[in-house]
Ligand binder design. Sequence first.
Ligand SMILES: [Zn+2]
Length: 285
Amino acid sequence: MDIIDFHVHAGSFPLLRDDIQGLLTNFPFETDVDVKEVFSNPVFLKAYLQKLGVKRAVVLAECGPGTNYSIDSKLIAEFCKADPFFIPFGNINPNHHESPVDEWKKGRELGIKGYKFYPADHDFDPFIDSMWEVYGLCERAGQPIMFHTGLTGQRDASQRFIRPSELRSLVEKYPDLRVVFAHGGKPNWYTEALEMATQYENVFLDTALVPPADVVDWIKYSPTIQNKVLFGSDLPVSGGYSKLLEKYQASELTEAAREAIFFGNASRLLSIELNEVAEQVAKRA
Ligand SMILES: [Zn+2]
């Protein structure tokens, strides 16, 4: 099966905060895999993913307390630079970056293709003026953005701004902006995430840390949603990748749903429509 993984974390393992290092080494991995190497070295990460059918991987920056602010857009751009297998998504944290707009401009020069934002883990209000400006820039540049939605496990998290419905004003203000609700609002807000992904053309859900049986339920609840769901592993928080894929193999997903979720939807979102959206918005402006 061909896979595009929309949700992979990487960086430099030794730079992570102690408790996050402990967390990542606690998940069971395949016996021949060293999670520290896979996390820190693009050659190892690609070899690991490719063996399991992954064709492209979106690699996410996270510049917050859990990573000791080490995994910024620059680090991820450099991690991904040598190989188009990786698609670098940056991160802007207004509690850390003095000017979110300047940070966005830096990311643009570095080749960042999209962004993930973590309001709860980084304890910020996503509706401050400077972030509104960043979302507008992302829309015009055709860069998809992702938000962490649902409960978060990081010890610093405020558990604020985690409900998908809280992002309604954003998706209404920027209708051409591709917005991915990471984790689909797990585990308490699936219904509102599904309703929004059904209602708004450019809202998508990723499957990171969502049990495959729940993904099957999403599609039962709303069959058209299979065109709005993106497979994301959340590696290395996922633990062993082969185990995760086995669970999907054993699930009741139809062949068509599997193809859409694991490849088709992300390929449309990332390659074809990326440029088209930028053109559309430029024309409208
Ligand atoms: Zn994640």
